[in-house]
Design a protein. Structure first.
Length: 122
């Protein structure tokens, strides 16, 4: 049994980012699925884990909860530095962060289930 638990949804791009980082780091983790289209992320059991009701949510062995994929990935890279996820040079790291933020802030919102559901009501 792993000391890392990842609450996620298989079609969530944010969950996918964290799964990629965990796999690249070679970290074992418990995969806990929550089907967003069925509303499982809004059930009381999951809301007790993550009151935001969003995925991914990563729980460490000491009970620490991490949400937001980019923050979670940076935490994993800073606390488990091998192998590094970012280039060694500052410009390379800036470019990676630029691309990651472009995806998270510009591309992801228009594909987000919450946003799409809200747009359908307009």
């Amino acid at each position: 049994m792993s000391d890392i638990v990842l609450h996620n949804y298989y079609r969530s791009s944010t969950s996918y980012r964290v799964r990629i980082a965990l796999e690249m780091k070679g970290l074992t983790y418990q995969y806990v699925p929550h089907h967003l289209r069925h509303g499982e992320h809004l059930e009381p059991a999951y809301l007790s884990v993550n009151p935001q009701g969003l995925v991914p949510a990563l729980i460490l062995g000491d009970g620490t909860l991490l949400t937001q994929s980019l923050a979670t990935i940076e935490f994993l890279d800073e606390t488990r530095p091998e192998p590094p996820l970012l280039p060694q040079d500052a410009l390379g790291r800036a470019r990676v962060r630029m691309l990651a933020q472009m995806i998270a802030c510009d591309i992801h919102p228009v594909n987000n289930l919450r946003v799409l559901t809200s747009l359908r009501t307009l």
